[in-house]
Design a protein around this ligand. Structure first.
Ligand SMILES: C[S@@+](CC[C@H](N)C(=O)[O-])C[C@H]1O[C@@H](n2cnc3c(N)ncnc32)[C@H](O)[C@@H]1O
Length: 336
């Protein structure tokens, strides 16, 4: 099977996930896997540049405590790995919405800004904004890109200056009220403009029961359970379509991708996807769990490290065949 046909097989619209991702039982041959300055928001105050340090990790300070993952170098490396994973799934496309000649674009929760940088490069005619709680983006970026430090869950002031395209990716466990956020997007997109969210159902599953009673499963139930108790949405992917429709978007389109964790699939494309998935997951287990479990569930740092190391070991166990669903959902504001 060619890479393209394998991808088509798993990417076709919802409900078309293969019932059985075939396991690779041959354990050999794994070796290949294994000067313009941007302007931050003009109003950037020194307090925005301060950080919170806790358990050896660095966190944002603006709207302190509202996002529970770190923003230090090792987390930022993980975000860039996840960008590569998303490109691999989407056949190197940054987005799937059928946008034409966008003039004003915003990337919500831009992280390291890597998506916004690529988008601004590909669309020099567009004015692009990347918005995040953390000022962690590079300064050497395309001249048509600007980063803002802001809270996308607070009220927006973009209705008088709306966008042609709004993009948001990987915001699971970041946002408390996706419905409100998507309604804000609707109010701030031009008639005929497109909004695209790419996000996960954060909980893994296995088609053969191999995930049951593993350290990996325990990790997700403890960590995402803590996020959910604290009010964060850990499974936005499967709910996006309904939220888009409720907000008033038309031409809503959904694509669902089955993303394996690890090198266990036989199919070459899925093995590569699983390798990137594992790389970013291993880089993130500790960081994703630390604040959620220590601040909300009274775990110690040492207990979190043990849980994360079990998850890491299970990610490398080829007998555990875990899969995560990733959704790309886009919709259009009606023309009139
Ligand atoms: C997992 S990262 C995803 C980064 C980027 N979208 C990507 O796909 O590479 C989530 C990002 O959302 C940001 N974030 C979380 N809550 C936010 C909020 N209320 N307002 C703005 N940014 C937020 C975090 O600071 C973090 O950079």
């Amino acid at each position: 099977m060619t890479e393209t046909s394998a991808l088509e097989q798993i990417t076709a619209t919802t409900n078309n996930i293969p019932a059985n991702v075939e396991v690779d039982n041959s354990y050999e041959n794994d070796s290949s896997y294994g000067d313009e300055l941007s302007s931050y928001s003009a109003s950037l105050r020194s307090s925005v540049l301060e950080y919170r340090h806790e358990n050896g990790r660095r966190y944002h300070k603006f709207r302190d405590g509202s996002y529970l993952l770190p923003n230090d170098e090792s987390e930022n490396d993980r975000l860039d790995m996840t960008h590569e994973l998303c490109l691999l799934m989407l056949q190197r496309k940054l987005y799937l919405a059928p946008i034409k000649n966008p003039q004003r674009v915003i990337d919500l929760g831009t992280g390291t800004g890597i998506w916004a940088i690529d988008f601004a490069d590909q669309h020099p005619e567009a004015e692009v904004i990347g918005c995040d709680l953390s000022p962690i983006q590079p300064t050497l970026v395309p001249p048509n890109l600007k980063f803002l430090v802001d809270d996308i869950e607070s009220e927006w002031a973009y209705e008088k200056h709306p966008f042609d395209f709004i993009h948001a990716r990987n915001l699971l466990c970041s946002i408390k009220d996706f419905e409100k956020l998507i309604k804000q997007c609707y109010r701030s997109i031009k008639p005929g403009g497109w909004v695209e969210f790419q996000d996960w159902d954060g909980y893994p599953y296995s088609q053969d029961g191999s995930l049951e009673d593993t350290g990996l499963q325990k990790y997700f139930s403890e960590v995402y359970g803590a996020f959910e108790e604290a009010g964060y949405e850990a499974r936005p992917g499967p709910k996006l379509e309904q939220w888009f429709e409720d907000a008033g978007f038309v031409n809503v389109h959904v694509e669902k991708f089955a993303v394996p964790l690890g090198v266990w699939p036989k199919d070459r494309h899925l093995k590569k996807v699983g390798t990137w998935m594992r790389a970013q997951a291993e880089a993130g287990y500790e960081g994703a769990a630390l604040a959620a479990l220590t601040r909300f569930k009274n775990w110690t740092k040492e207990e979190v490290i043990v849980l994360a190391s079990q998850a890491r070991a299970d990610s490398r166990n080829r007998k555990i065949h875990s899969i995560y669903d990733f959704y790309v959902v886009y919709g259009q504001r009606p023309e009139n």
